[in-house]
Write a protein that binds this ligand. Sequence first.
Ligand SMILES: C[S@@+](CC[C@H](N)C(=O)[O-])C[C@H]1O[C@@H](n2cnc3c(N)ncnc32)[C@H](O)[C@@H]1O
Length: 284
Amino acid sequence: MPEFDQSKAYAGQEEVFFDDGREIELLHFVYGKSNINEIRGNPAKVLQAIDEFGRTKKYLMNVGEDKGKIVTDLIAEVKPQTMVELGGYIGYSCILFGDAVRKAGGKRYYSLERNPEFGAVIDSLVHLAGLSDIVKVEIGSSDASIKRLSDEGLLKHIDLMFLDHYKPAYTSDLKLCEELKLVTPGSVLAADNVITPGNPPYLEYVRSSVAEKQNKIKQPNGQSAPDARMAARSVNQYAQRGESTSLGNSAGNPNLEYDSRLVNSFEPTGEPDGIEISRCVGEE
Ligand SMILES: C[S@@+](CC[C@H](N)C(=O)[O-])C[C@H]1O[C@@H](n2cnc3c(N)ncnc32)[C@H](O)[C@@H]1O
């Protein structure tokens, strides 16, 4: 793994590190830049301006350059027609990956974001980057948006999914996508933050064999100890921020088999983190 380049490190994460006005400050910073007309229609320059804010002003919870490259390489390989991200924040991953999907010949990038203010920021920066033709921002809880897009026939299959939202919802949303047959053999998943802060229940799910998943379903108490601990921790974290914590209870499709591996990398602050890449390779 290449070393982290400290000269590119974002500002450190404070106790309150989002939803304190910094997202609107970011818009003023980007639109106030003297070269704004060169930035228009140029995704790389929009990302540069966002990175500059993260480095010189305030921390932003973006995937960042290092982990971002893992996913853009994956996009170039998978060439998804349809890619979905769960958790958009201010649009960094959306602009980076939406641009990569377009370059790879893809048609649609859905960014599912629960917070309507963050969704408005994503829309503004996506428009600035000239990506509004391919990117669609869907406001609402990820599970509700997945169901609605599937019911409306707008989302028929997910070729590549980037999971970067409420940590306990990684597993419940994946199961929902399996149940709706949006995730099938051929689908690929890239899950962020599996080291920092970590997501043991999700890793356990995507790394389990079909037999292990079927056995777990047969056990009377469906929720494992790590599941329960992770859910409790995240419920507290999000409850403090007044966010809803309801999780779906889809059984998923335990017959799907994944080939899953961790790719180590860094948070934009330089802290070690990793992306779990899971390829759905078959159905028993
Ligand atoms: C880590 S940030 C996403 C960062 C973004 N993917 C990037 O790299 O630029 C997580 C985002 O997920 C959103 N979120 C949390 N729970 C969600 C849910 N259940 N549905 C949709 N969005 C959610 C939060 O509002 C937050 O904006």
